[in-house]
Unconditional design. Structure first.
Length: 136
């Protein structure tokens, strides 16, 4: 009698071998370790963002209270300039230039699905595309 047969019957598969069980165990272990590493990494990144926002506010005491609150909480407000937007939510994943001269218009695209429409360095409008999946 196969010693691993009771285990195989418990999961309703009769054709498992020792190599199959070890392979699935290693894969499951890798997945758990990766999830723990990714969770730890994102928490560290979030702490860095908070510190960077606080430093930006300290370096720019002339900002309005509305912008201070938005930047500290990582929110977006129409009318922010490029520097405020980067301080609040970071650098975009990529940019699309729509027009160059005489007035530069571009779209800043972020990993979390945020599309920020900039005109002459000022945020005019923004939206979130829900087809993106965020792990943060």
């Amino acid at each position: 009698m196969n010693i691993y047969l009771p285990l195989a019957l418990a999961v309703e598969f009769k054709d498992f071998t020792l190599i199959d069980i070890m392979g699935y165990g290693i894969a499951a272990t890798f997945f758990v370790l990766f999830a723990l590493y990714y969770n730890k990494k994102t928490k560290g990144d979030n702490l860095g963002m908070v510190r960077r926002r606080e430093e930006y506010i300290k370096e720019h005491p002339d900002l309005s209270p509305e912008y201070n609150e938005a930047i500290l909480s990582g929110k977006i407000i129409n009318g922010m300039n490029e520097e405020h937007l980067v301080a609040s939510i970071g650098h975009p994943k990529r940019t699309q230039i729509l027009t160059v001269e005489p007035a530069r218009s571009e779209v800043w695209i972020y990993r979390n699905g945020v599309y920020a429409h900039m005109h002459m360095g000022i945020l005019q409008k923004w939206k979130i595309h829900h087809k993106f999946i965020s792990f943060s």
